[in-house]
Every structure is written in structure tokens, then in C-alpha cells.
Design a protein around this ligand. Structure first.
Ligand code: PLP
Length: 395
């Protein structure tokens, strides 16, 4: 059977209005980076997140936002960061690059995200920071996790790459911690032409530093220049962060992407709501087979970036289901998020062991359905009918 529904690398289609915004920025932006579209996107994002103006910074992608957050932690040798093993690799390697040792923690089997309990279990006196990942778009128990991190005096960073717009009691994912990172990658519910990201920083003392670290270390001279070209250009001697010398990067996001990002913020709630409505329709449509377990969440706590389920009867049945969906129905489901400790790369770094049975079990038995929003209703209904037929045939 030919492939009828692919697991697409693209989340949304753009409206004509959004395309017009991009064309306008292409025509008029000067410069094409670091201009007013960037300022507008950062301001609009801070309004959307209900965090102070000046606390949000565009980045070229989610990984660079995570790396900058890791830099701002100013790790010393021996410092540890607790994070889930069941996540995407970009949650972890930026922290390793910036000198932290990772301590893996488990996730809840049903919600697929960390809890205060699983984090606490992995904490040691060396723990400097905790990275919470709102994986698949579901917000972890942030009020409890915030309390735990305050109590232990450790930094709390949220990797909200998949969770834009998801919230608990009206508070947005990525606004609970000391820092929050977002991705506007092609896969994500809000994408700025394939790449893009945002970093939220709670501490106002860091707000003037982030743009320098983001953009080549460019900063002002401490004196008035008599002739503007003497010395030429700008300074690159950034202030110290405590006793830490900061490393420059260029992680800037272009003006066209920023213009589109501002425009898409008008629509992100509608995108998320539409995905949630579809997810619930699918989950309820599969209710006759509780063996296939979904996380059902009616509120905005879940933006259903991805639609995932666990075959509770085990991997053999999971594989049979995926094979039948692919070969008989032409629908390409995938398996996601190899627990990071199981990659050779992390093994070689000495991070090969983890006591994370739930993350392991979920990965070994999970199914991720194609869930691009632009899938037609007809194809979506076909996917639901097909999943029901395959489950019936395997019973
Ligand atoms: C997508 C993603 C990232 C990385 O974002 P990019 O914009 O692709 O660099 C980080 N963490 C998680 C959980 C992600 O899903």
C-alpha cells in the first residue's frame, strides 16, 4: 500500500495574511536582523506569556535558547543538572557543553513528564539546576516543582519547546521557572519558517546581558566616543557574570522570522485548541481499546503538539500495530524519544546509566501518530477508522 498519511516534519500551513506579513518584512526590513520586528516579537511574546516586558529574547532556535540558559547558570566543576532521560537530545547536550553533569530522572508513566517526586529522587547536594521538559505539550506539575526547587535553592529551567500556549491555572508553560526556552522549529505548533526560538529569563539583572551573549558579545564602550569611528564598531568586552567570563555566540533570529512569529501569536491559541479537539476525538474514538492508553486532557494544560499512546500489552503488539498501520493502511506512525542514556553518544560521556523504568517502558511501547494540523478531516477520519480496524484485527 502506498503511503497515504506521512508523519510530517511540518506542523502547519500558513494563511495568505501570514505570507503577506513575510513578504512585507522581506521588502522593507532594514537591517534584516536585530531590528524592530525582533523587538515587536519579544514584546508580543512577553505579553502572551504574561511575563514582564524585557524578559523575552528571540533566538535562532530552541537549542540555542537552551545553550544560552545553560551559560547563564554559570556551572562550576561538579555541578549537576537533573533532567528527564525521556526527552529530545537538545534538552541535554547544551548543559553538557556548558560544563554540567547530568543526573537523569524518571517521568510519570501516564503523563510522560517529570514530577516533583521523580526530580527529588535524582537530587544530590551537587544539584545546581533542574530542567523540566513539558514533553508532547503537557505541562508538568509546576506549582509543586517550583516549591521543591525553591526549597532546595536550585535553578529551575523549563524546556517548553513543545508546550507553547499550554498552561496550568492560566499560567503559561515556560513562565514558572527561572528560565524558559521555546522552539519554533518546523515540527512545533508555532513555527517561524522552520527555525526559531525564544528564551525567557526571570532575573532582571540578566536582561541587559542576554543580547550581548546572543550577538557576538557586542556591547557599549564605557566612555563617550569623540569621533564615532574611534574606536570603530562597538566593544566586545562583556561584563563579568559574578566571577564568570561570558562566551559570545551569534544566536540571533532574522527579522522575517520575527515578523511571522508576532503574526502567528494571534493564532496560536486557535491552533492549539484545534489540535486538542482532534486529539480528544481520536482518543474517545479509541475508547473501546483501553489497551492503547492515551493521556486525555480537556483543558489547556495540554496543547497536543503530539498525539501519543502506549500499548500497555507490550512491544510485540505495539510493533504489530505499527506494521499493520504502515503496510495495510499506508499510515506512518513513529516511535519517539529514545531515553538519552541509551544512546552511545551519552554512554561515551559516562551518562549511560539511569534509573528511569517509566521512561524506558513508555519508549519501548509507545506510538506517535501523524498529527500535523494541516491533515485533512478526511485523512484524519481515515486514520481513526484505520486504527480501530487494526486494533480489532489484532484482538
Ligand atoms: C524541538 C525541541 C528542542 C530543540 O528545538 P530546536 O528549535 O529544534 O533547536 C529542544 N527540546 C525539545 C523537547 C524539543 O522538542
Amino acid at each position: 500500500m502506498d503511503l497515504r498519511i506521512n508523519f510530517s516534519g511540518r506542523s502547519i500551513r500558513y494563511t495568505e495574511e501570514e505570507i503577506a506579513v513575510v513578504a512585507e518584512a522581506m521588502r522593507t526590513a532594514e537591517p534584516l536582523t536585530q531590528g524592530h520586528y525582533m523587538q515587536e516579537f519579544e514584546a508580543a511574546f512577553a505579553r502572551y506569556q504574561n511575563v514582564p516586558q524585557g524578559s523575552c529574547f528571540t533566538m535562532m532556535n530552541g537549542a540555542s535558547a537552551l545553550e544560552l540558559s545553560a551559560q547563564l547558570c554559570c556551572f562550576k566543576p561538579g555541578d549537576e543538572v537533573v533532567m528527564p532521560s525521556h526527552t529530545f537530545t537538545a534538552s541535554a547536550y547544551p548543559y553538557i557543553k556548558k560544563g554540567a553533569k547530568i543526573a537523569w530522572c524518571d517521568v510519570d508513566l501516564h503523563t510522560h513528564v517529570v514530577t516533583a517526586r521523580t526530580i527529588e529522587k535524582a537530587m544530590t547536594p551537587q544539584t545546581r539546576a533542574v530542567v523540566v521538559v513539558h514533553l508532547y505539550g503537557y505541562v508538568a506539575d509546576m506549582p509543586e516543582i517550583v516549591d521543591l526547587c525553591r526549597e532546595r535553592n536550585v535553578l529551575l529551567i523549563e524546556d517548553a519547546a513543545q508546550a507553547i500556549g499550554a498552561e496550568i491555572n492560566g499560567q503559561k508553560a515556560g513562565s514558572f521557572g527561572d528560565m524558559g526556552t521555546f522552539s519554533f522549529h518546523s515540527h512545533k505548533n508555532l513555527t517561524t519558517l522552520g527555525e526559531g526560538g525564544m528564551l525567557y529569563v526571570r532575573d532582571p539583572a540578566l536582561w541587559s546581558i542576554v543580547p550581548m551573549v546572543r550577538h557576538n558579545g557586542h556591547c557599549a564602550y564605557s566612555f563617550e566616543r569623540k569621533d564615532y569611528w574611534k574606536p570603530a564598531m562597538g566593544n566586545v568586552d562583556m561584563p563579568m557574570l559574578g566571577d564568570m567570563m561570558l562566551q559570545p555566540n551569534n544566536y540571533s533570529l532574522g527579522e522575517v522570522e520575527c515578523a511571522l512569529g508576532t503574526k502567528l501569536l494571534e493564532r496560536i491559541d486557535a491552533i492549539n485548541d484545534a489540535k486538542r479537539e482532534r486529539a480528544l476525538r481520536f482518543i474517545d474514538g479509541m475508547a473501546d481499546w483501553p489497551e492503547l492508553e492515551f493521556l486525555r486532557e480537556e483543558s489547556r494544560r495540554h496543547n497536543y503538539h503530539l498525539l501519543v499512546a502506549r500499548m500497555t500489552s507490550g512491544q510485540e503488539k505495539r510493533d504489530a500495530f505499527m506494521r499493520a498501520m504502515y503496510e495495510e493502511k499506508g499510515i506512518k506512525c513513529v516511535v519517539q524519544y529514545i531515553p538519552l542514556n541509551r544512546y552511545d553518544y551519552y554512554r561515551k560521556l559516562g551518562l549511560g546509566s539511569a534509573d528511569c523504568p517509566n521512561g524506558d517502558l513508555f519508549y519501548d511501547t509507545m506510538i506517535s501518530f501523524p498529527f500535523q494540523l494541516w491533515m485533512s478531516d478526511e485523512d484524519f477520519d481515515y486514520m481513526l477508522t484505520s486504527a480501530r480496524e487494526v486494533m480489532a484485527s489484532l484482538a
